[in-house]
Design a protein around this ligand. Structure first.
Ligand SMILES: [Zn+2]
Length: 564
């Protein structure tokens, strides 16, 4: 064998380089994990030769909003993302991380994740490898384990707060001394290789027993102190899932004072308050015009969630739902049956607000699965429709049905982001980033890990909402440049060989389906790739047209060096 032989040769594909430039048919040679040559000095053979005729080749997708922090400790393949074209995953979004964590806080951390990210406590308990305490030790552990895709990790605000304040983290503001301790942890994490600092101020983010996630208790001075600690070496992205009470003007001030980019989630379109998200985007655009880097995380997927009333994520952010939060069994049923409780929920879901997951759109809530045969005829009907035919109030219909079935009834709610005109404008906004897959979280509620394929199929091919080269730029070089991943996101000589070969005529994501492969055999939703012919991470193939390889190589790198 010729020792100078290239590792991979992809011939004749229409190459989209990730910059948004027009594509061209080229041959690509990969050697030593990097793109060695494009179009010229191409040999006839390589260790792996692929005929790309009739297909498109693009850089691998960078998923900027995932929650694989726990899963990555037991599943190095980060299912299902690699099969869906993702070659780099950013973990730790919203600040819901598992590092740093003292042994005494592990139980609380897992219980919080169970509530806020819809992860099963049993899965976390049997799955998480707690072979670390500090953030640097966590990174070292991940490096040792290896991963199928590249990963970059935020240092998470809620974990930092819990490390310093213990159980008080979810109960009160921090003292100046505690803020100083948190700053030290954030600085150390940045030195260890964090991609930035992530936080949440969203009222939808509640932990164990319905207490707010720790970061929600942070004062403005605490937030400002921590982003400054993050940016003290001139690096890092501040990521926040903001509640309606957190003004864009404050976020602009944070960008200004730290000199660092601010990524704002979750900008989703709400049909009952259709202008709110555009107001945020306008303010983000004005901030950029003043030289302050603000980026709005938007989604190309409608936010649809499956839920039962035993764990009704869509309504748990409501103020009026507080009395039911954290309760189980008979105690929960008693609250759900209570008329005063129902009255206040009814009042809240119809009152105007800037951001709310559920807005009383009962025509978008379907009964999916009933447990009693007598209710079978209600399946696939909307709650609005059932309420109308029974001349009853829709909230009563939903709660009474659930109560009659021991809270087993499965509903699905199309919550946000279902207006394609509005979402199309958000996807094309110059200061938005297409993101919010939430991969690794909410495993039984929804699965948007295939958001990139959905963008290429649904939005580009079917709706023609943007060009294919622009969509590819937004999934690749745009996130790479925001995060300072200078050797990824483009097909260029010398760049890392993260590649996705696909058929533009068929690309998309399949319907969601249930699989039982979590620790302990627990269920999760997944989706299959359509039109994907191959995925390579640093030059090594991890998926083909049948999905992820049975034994995918641990080809990913833990990314810890970022440009300023
Ligand atoms: Zn998130």
């Amino acid at each position: 064998m010729d020792i100078d032989m290239d590792d991979l040769l992809i011939k004749g594909a229409l190459v989209y380089d990730g910059t948004g430039a027009d594509p061209a048919i080229k041959d690509i040679a990969v050697s030593a994990h990097k793109i060695r040559a494009i179009g010229k000095n191409i040999p006839k053979n390589a260790r792996q030769t692929i005929d790309g005729t009739g297909l498109a080749l693009m850089p691998g997708i960078i998923d900027s909003h995932t929650h694989f922090d726990a899963q990555i400790t037991w599943d190095a393949s980060l299912k299902p993302s690699p099969s869906l074209g993702v070659t780099t995953a950013v973990i730790g979004n919203c600040g819901f991380t598992i590092a740093p964590c003292k042994p005494a806080d592990r139980d609380m951390t897992m219980r919080n994740l169970t509530q806020v990210e819809g992860m099963s406590l049993e899965v976390l308990k049997s799955g998480i490898d707690w072979g670390f305490e500090t953030f640097a030790e966590y990174l070292a552990m991940l490096r040792g384990k290896g991963c199928v895709v590249n990963t970059a990790a935020y240092i998470g605000h809620s974990s930092v707060r819990t490390w310093v304040m213990g159980a008080d983290a979810s109960r009160r503001e921090a003292t100046p001394h505690e803020i100083e301790q948190m700053q030290t942890i954030v600085r150390d994490a940045m030195a260890a290789g964090a991609v930035g600092f992530a936080s949440s101020t969203s009222p939808a983010h509640n932990g164990e027993g319905g207490l707010p996630m720790p970061s929600r208790l942070a004062s403005e001075p605490e937030m400002m102190a921590l982003i400054k600690a993050m940016g003290s070496r001139g690096k890092g992205v501040y990521m926040v899932t903001k509640g309606g009470q957190m003004p864009v003007s404050f976020l602009e001030d944070m960008a200004k004072q730290s000199g660092r980019p601010v990524m704002i989630a979750a900008l989703l379109h709400n049909s009952t308050n259709p202008k709110a998200v555009f107001k945020d985007l306008d303010q983000i655009a004005s901030a950029n015009a003043r030289g302050h880097r603000l980026i709005g995380q938007v989604s190309c997927c409608p936010l649809t969630m499956d839920f039962t009333l035993a764990s009704p994520y869509p309504v748990e952010g409501l103020q009026s739902w507080k009395p039911a939060l954290g309760l189980q069994g008979d105690a929960l049923k008693a609250v759900l049956a209570d008329n005063t409780f129902r009255q206040s929920v009814r009042a809240e879901i119809t009152a105007p607000t800037t951001f709310r997951l559920f807005n009383g759109e009962w025509d978008k809530v379907h009964v999916i699965e009933t447990s009693l045969p007598v209710h079978a005829a209600l399946e696939q009907r909307t709650v609005a429709d059932i309420a109308k035919s029974q001349s009853r109030d829709p909230l009563d219909v939903m709660l009474d049905l659930a109560l009659a079935e021991n809270l087993q009834t499965v509903f699905t709610a199309q919550l946000l982001n279902s207006d394609s005109d509005a979402v199309g404008r958000m996807l094309n906004h110059p200061n938005s980033i297409i993101s919010l897959s939430d991969a690794g979280a909410h495993l039984t509620f929804f699965t948007d890990a295939g958001f990139g394929l959905h963008l290429l199929g649904h939005w580009v091919r079917d709706l023609q909402a943007m060009s294919l080269s622009e969509a590819i730029r937004r999934l690749t070089s745009q996130p790479a440049s925001i995060f300072g991943m200078t050797d990824r996101g483009m097909i260029k000589e010398g760049m890392a060989a993260d590649l996705l070969l696909f058929d533009p005529a068929t690309v998309g994501r399949g319907p969601k389906r249930r699989v039982f492969d979590l620790p302990g055999g627990a269920a999760r939703l997944t989706t299959d790739a359509i039109g994907v012919h191959g995925v390579w991470v640093n030059g090594q193939q991890v998926a083909d047209s049948q999905g992820m390889l049975a034994q995918p190589p641990l080809a990913g790198k833990l990314l810890t060096e970022f440009a300023s």
